[in-house]
Write a protein that binds this ligand. Structure first.
Ligand code: FE2
Ligand code: FE2
Length: 164
């Protein structure tokens, strides 16, 4: 049985994952408007992944006999200064989510809840990947600088991202 504190924290993490999904979908819409379909595709897949993250925790709470209570999702940013600004925002967001997962893990340790620790282990690993992939695109966009040709090449490359 989940403790009330942990159940509340897991429900809050469900909200954060849906919020992440909403942010990335908003970024996808921005890229569509900017005629960068490859980056839009990348962000759309990212939004799908975040929804899957939310559902993983959703199912875990139910498996533990807990209660899922969905919360309001904050509006995402809708406008960005540049493709670089978008990915910098995504990278900073993932760092925040990593901290949130670590806090959740620490709480599960404090409560002696082993199943939650095991479940969160997947998220700890996933956050390493998430920071790595967003950080890589930030570095690539910095290298692109003001070159439209390089930006279009990177857009094509990101358009090849496959579903996980
Ligand atoms: Fe996530
Ligand atoms: Fe993420």
């Amino acid at each position: 049985m989940l403790s009330n504190t942990l159940q509340q924290a897991l429900n809050d993490q469900i909200r954060k994952e849906f919020h992440s999904s909403y942010i990335y979908l908003s970024m996808a819409a921005y890229f569509e408007a900017e005629n960068l379909p490859g980056m839009a595709h990348w962000m759309r897949l990212q939004a799908d992944e975040e929804r899957e993250h939310a559902m993983k925790i959703y199912d875990f709470v139910l498996d533990r006999g807990g209660r899922v209570t969905l919360q309001a999702i904050e509006a995402p940013p809708t406008d960005f200064a540049s493709p670089l600004a978008v990915f910098e925002t995504a990278y900073a967001h993932e760092q925040k989510v990593t901290q949130s997962i670590h806090d959740l893990y620490a709480l599960a340790v404090k409560e002696g809840d082993y199943p939650t620790q095991v479940m969160l282990q997947w998220f700890v690993d996933e956050q390493v990947e998430e920071e790595k992939s967003a950080g890589l695109v930030v570095a690539q966009l910095r290298r692109v600088g003001d070159s439209p040709a390089a930006l279009l090449m990177l857009d094509q490359q990101l358009g090849q991202r496959a579903e996980a």
